[in-house]
Ligand binder design. Structure first.
Ligand code: DGY
Length: 328
């Protein structure tokens, strides 16, 4: 019997590729660049499974092309706004993501950005390298303290909760806003619920965004919301770029409406080198590296591979997003 065909859209950690290669006919798109659209479409037609990343657009056109043969698309990310889940379900194609394995690593990065912006780490490093640090001055590079301040977490999922735990180590008061109240997190960790977004924005010295990108959260932080924040506040986004309106953010940072921002995600992505945000010294931007530790990227790829193998063998998928397709 021929082995099932699997297409992996990027070079991924070898352990995951080995796992797939042992039981499938595997094709890995070479290099670090995502495959062109026509390649993606042809593999959707000719493969039983695809292992994709956030840069691959898994939309109706692609899923319709895969209908009949393609059984599973395993997205190597917790976020799946690049996957049209409704179309996948309509076409009987299972989709999966990689939750849990990247939670702590992403929370670490959110905290790194909080610290980097508040303590002006990147600005200082830039000046030292440019030979512009000539002598110690009492107020040079002086920013706000992180310890003892107030943090609002927007989206109290697993990553939000891990950020809260880190914040308690810094003796911060932690508030959260989420459409779903989390009484257990409130009891266990002492996080405080805000009934609406404005209350969470007004109270905070730091606001950290952890919502998925959905039609409801697109530009959830815009001009109106930024104006509710303290002029000393710092915004951190490690979720998805379009949750924050970058034009409004640029203006707010330029005009001193808020004090700083740390962004691991932007709109667009990658952010062009001449984007106005990059002209500001009170912004730190990292290249979408929330989950980028070696161990976590390996764990994500392994989880995606396991989802594929489980689906191909008719077993329970570890993290299926549309389990309703499995028994069809
Ligand atoms: C995710 O997992 O959604 C990240 O954005 C990519 O690692």
């Amino acid at each position: 019997m021929p082995q099932p065909r699997v297409f992996v859209t990027r070079r991924l950690p070898q352990e995951a590729l080995d796992l797939l290669a042992a039981e499938t006919e595997l094709e890995v798109w070479p290099g670090d660049e995502h495959p062109p659209r026509d390649v993606l479409l042809s593999r959707a037609r000719g493969c039983d499974a695809m292992l994709t990343t956030i840069e691959d657009r898994i939309d109706e056109e692609l899923l319709a092309a895969g209908k009949g043969r393609l059984k599973v698309v395993a997205n190597c990310a917790v976020g799946f706004d690049n996957v049209d889940l409704q179309s996948a379900t309509q076409h009987g194609i299972a989709a999966s993501n990689t939750p849990q394995v990247l939670t702590k690593t992403t929370a670490d990065l959110a905290f790194a950005l909080i610290l980097a912006v508040a303590r002006r780490v990147v600005e200082g490093d830039r000046d030292v390298r440019a030979g512009q640090w000539n002598h110690w001055r009492p107020f040079a590079y002086a920013g706000p303290d992180v310890h003892g301040s107030t943090l609002s977490i927007l989206g109290m999922g697993q990553i939000g909760l891990e950020v809260a735990k880190r914040a308690f180590g810094f003796e911060m008061a932690v508030y959260y806003y989420d459409p779903i109240r989390r009484p257990e997190a409130e009891r266990q960790y002492g996080v405080r619920f805000c009934h609406d977004l404005p209350s969470a924005l007004k109270v905070a010295d730091f606001v950290s965004v952890h919502t998925p990108l959905t039609p409801e959260t697109r530009h959830m932080i815009g001009q109106k919301e930024l104006r509710l924040m303290k002029p000393t506040a710092i915004l951190v986004n490690t979720s998805r770029g379009p949750v924050v309106d970058n034009t409004a953010l640029y203006e707010a940072l330029r005009d001193g409406i808020i004090a700083g921002a740390g962004l691991d995600v932007t709109e667009p992505e990658p952010i062009p080198a001449d984007h106005p945000l990059l002209s500001l010294s009170n912004v730190v931007i990292t290249p979408h590296i929330g989950s980028a530790s070696l161990a976590t990227r390996t764990a994500m790829a392994l989880l995606a591979a396991r989802n594929i193998l489980a689906r191909l063998k008719g077993e329970d998928m570890p993290t299926c997003l549309n389990p309703e397709v499995l028994n069809r």
